[in-house]
Ligand binder design. Sequence first.
Ligand code: NDP
Length: 506
Amino acid sequence: MATATQTPERLSSYNPATGELIGSVPIFSAADVDAAVARARVAAQTWSTRTFAARTEELVAFRKALAAAADDLAALMHRENGKPELEALVEVMMSLGHVQHATAIASQAMATRKVSAGMLANFRATISYHPLGVIGVIGPWNYPLFTPMGSIAYALAAGNAVVWKPSELTPLVALEVEKIAKKTFALPDLLQVVTGAGATGAALAKAAVDKVAFTGSAATGKRVMMAAAERLTPVLLELGGKDPMIVDSDADLEKAAEAAVYGALTNAGQACVSVERVYVAEAVHDRFVDEVVKQVRELKVGGDDGHLGAMTSPAQVDIVRDHLQDAIAKGAKVLTGGPDAISGSYIQPTVLTGVDHRMKVMTEETFGPVLPIAKVHSVDEAVQLANDSKYGLGSSVFAGKAARSIADRLRAGMTSVNSVMAFAGIPSLPFGGIGDSGFGRIHGEEGVREFTRVKSTAEQAFSLPLNMMTFRQPKDMTKRLRGMIKQLYGEGVVSRAGDVLRKLRK
Ligand code: NDP
C-alpha cells in the first residue's frame, strides 16, 4: 500500500449485512496524499515514455492477475459492499472487460491524425495525443471495482499513473487491486491507493494531479470541482442520474417488465444508471404493472442465494425511506415492499404506481430498490416527462418501430433500446452524462483520450510565394488579399461547405 505516515487514526470497514468488522485501513492526510502524487509523478515519467507494446504487455499481465483473483475479489466485495456474490462476480467480469478493451484500443485512440491544413496548403497539420501525467481517481462504494476501473484502466492505458481514493465504505477492495498492481507492474507507484474519508478525497482533488476523475453525488462533485479549480485541474464528473424508461404500447411487455425489474433492482438499486422511473403507455400500463409485480414477487432479499443484497450505507436506507414516505404522502400506491418493509440494511423491492413529478421518487436520485411506474397518454408526454430532469445520464426505451426515434429524443448521455444498462457493458461506448449527471466520458476511445492532452502541430513542408506570417509583405498585399477573399469565400465560389449543403439537401 502507498504509505500513510501523518495520522495515527485508522478507518474501519464493516460488513453492511452483519455489522461485522472486516478490517481497518490508514487515513491518509493531505501530506500523505501529496507524497503519493509525487511518487506517481516519477512513475508516470517512465510509464509515459514506454512504447504502447511495452505498456500493453504489463496491462495484459495486470488483467490476468485480476482475473486469477476474481473469486477473492468478488467474495471481498460481497462482504464489504453487501451485494450478492453473483453480482460481485459480474462486476469483476465487467471490470476485466474494460481493462482488456482499454489496453487493446489505446494505441489506435492515441494515433497521430493528419488533418486538412485549409488555406495553408504548404503545411502538414497533425493532431497528437499525449498522456496527462498523474490522474486522481475518487471512487464510489456502489460499484467499488467497476466504476473506478472505468477511469483507472483507460488512464493507465493512455500512459498515466493513478492515485485512487476509494470510498470509505469500500477501501479493502481497492487495496486488493493495489496489491495485484504492485505485483504485476514494474513500477510499484504506477497505481497507488490512498484510503480515508471525505477529507482524503478533498486532499486528492487539491493535490498536484493533472486530472481528477470523480464518481459520486452532484453535491460532492461540485466540491471536488471547486477544490480542483485552485490549480485549474481539469475534472471528469460522473454524478449519478434519475434514469427514465419509456414503455410504448407496442413493446414486448414481458421483456420490458423483466428489464425494468432488473434495471431498478440490480445492486439493490444502488447504480448510477439504475432505472429510477418508468413511463408506460396508457393502453398497456395495467398489464405492464401486473407483469412487474409478478416478477418482483419472485425475488429473494438477503441470504446466500438472494437476488438483492444489503444496502451498503445506512444513510442510503434513510434516503430511500424518506422518498417512499414523501411519495405515499402525495398519493402514490405501494404494490410491493414500502417503508414498513425496511428492516435494518435490507429493503424489500418496492413497486409504486400513481406517481408524479411532485414526488422526490420521480425527481431526486433514490439509489435504492424502488420502481415507480407512471401512466402516460402519449409518447410525446413520455419523452417530455423523461426529459423533465436536472439529470441526464442513462435511459431506456421499449417500443416497436418507433423505438430508435424515441431514443434519439431523450436528453441523456446514453440510451438502451429494448434493453437496460447495455451501454455500460459495451466497452467501446463512451459513458457519461449531461446536466447534474456531470461531464466527460469514460470507456471507449473517448475514454482513452479523456486522459490525454491534445497537441496540434503545423509543420511547414515547403514555402509559398505568399506568406502571411511575416511583416515583409509586398506593397500591393492589401489589394491581393481583397482579391483572395473574393476568390476563396465570395459569391459563386464552389466551397466544401457548399458541397456539403448540396449533399444534405438531396
Ligand atoms: P459522495 O459523493 O459523498 O462520495 C463519493 C466519493 O467522494 C467517495 O469516495 C467519498 O469519500 C468522496 N468524497 C466525499 N467528500 C469528498 C470531498 N469533499 N472531496 C473529495 N471527495 C470526497 O457520495 P455518498 O457516498 O455520500 O452518496 C450520496 C449520494 O450520491 C447517493 O445517495 C447517490 O445518490 C449518489 N451516488 C452516486 C454514485 C454514482 O455512481 N454516480 C455513487 C455513489 C453515490 P467517502 O466515501 O470516504 O466519504
